[in-house]
Design a protein around this ligand. Sequence first.
Ligand code: ATP
Length: 476
Amino acid sequence: MFLGKKENGMTTQSTQPTLEDIVSLAKRRGFVYPTSQIYGGLANSYDYGPLGAELLRNIRQLWWQEFIQRRPDMVGLDTQIMQHPQTWVASGHVASFSDPLVEDTKTQKRYRADHLIEAWLEHHPEKAEVKVEDMKLEEMAVFMAENKILSPDKNPVTAPKSFNLLFETAIGSVTGEKAIVYLRGETAQGIFTNFKQVLDSTRVQLPFGVGNIGKSFRNEITTGQFVFRTLEFEQAEIEYFFNPNQNKWEELLSDWKNAMWHFITQTLQIKEANIRWRRHTDKERSFYSTDTYDLDYNFSFGWKELWGVAYRTDYDLKQHQEHSGENLEYTDPFTGEKFLPHVIEPAVGINRLFLMILTDAYWQDTDRGRTVLKLPFNLAPYKVAVFPLLKNKPELVAKAKEVFGQLIQKYPTAWDDRGNIGKRYLYQDEIGTPFCVTIDFESLEDESVTIRNRDTAEQTRVKITELEAILAAMVH
Ligand code: ATP
């Protein structure tokens, strides 16, 4: 039957859309708008429109359900954007959370040195052995000078210097009494600073994890990557605490890699061919980390990090213990052993998941001359749309309102009575609504409606009473 889960999403997919395809659909249909557009926009900043807000909410909710609510070994937090500034001194962000910045000597535009080197390497296969992620600032400077690497406008650039990504602001209402604080550069530190309070206020026992979702801020230099890299973005991070004498970090890391893979390929239904693991090289990895992997997605601008997972030892708790003077040790309830737990950290950006989902779902159906977002049911902003065949027939509108009223109690449901049915279908296809239900004159006679499947465009006649069961069958 055409409505089954298996058939949904099985029609053939055309090649990857370009970033322009995605940006254009996102703007046209109200997923993503440029921020402050009436004032000319703001670099690397985007607002989410009515449909984008729903899609973000669905992604966030699925992550929270899968990693927090459906696991007995996990709890969640919701921590502040502004924290005590010592947090960022202890974490190392104040000293070394930076990107290598160069400036075009003619246009004064700024670029990341590593990105310019990467772009140059793409055109120089003879240097395939060069790994930009392994380079220190001075090595980048030498490499750029030796190879005369220019800006995208073909102008010379300055030598790379370190550019801190933390945004500063100030609190305090009396002039002169302001205290500098930072907008958090990641959500993870809020987990470490609350570690003791979570231990004291809940019944968690090692191994256990704490998740935190929220906005983070980074003064990013690179422009033009749409919502992949923005100044303000949402992170979903986990610290999974364990006793290194009782759990092997290799096993936990592998469990987390599997959980991440499951979320992407099963829950979000992303094509496996478009994701891959990349292990960080020894030089690239932070000094305190023993092993780090990136889960990359094949974006239209190349394979890029979506989600990172790292074994960070007890580095962060140790740092916060030292800087705060608080004892952050865990006491084993069975042996009485006191120690600082180690962590595995899976950290993902909700907005990168969002861009991946739009890219993966985008389908140019050339046979039928339409653009379709093949969003899985759990992600679609609207699960179903209801139409009266004609807007000017009160009996059709009344019946359609009745069906709409029933469905909207359970599912986000769209209502559309504008234009003809064909146009309404095209619109719902572009915003990813899996089903459209049309109420026509026959419906008034026999309580049946036409239900149309987004991916196959097939239409079937079903009873109104069957609609809820059909939709319920789509829910995991
Ligand atoms: P990149 O190397 O791409 O700058 P990162 O390694 O600095 O990313 P992490 O510090 O590991 O990123 O942050 C965890 C996750 O947060 C990333 O995997 C990514 O999904 C997301 N993220 C990081 N920076 C941004 C940003 N500027 N805009 C949107 N998402 C981001």
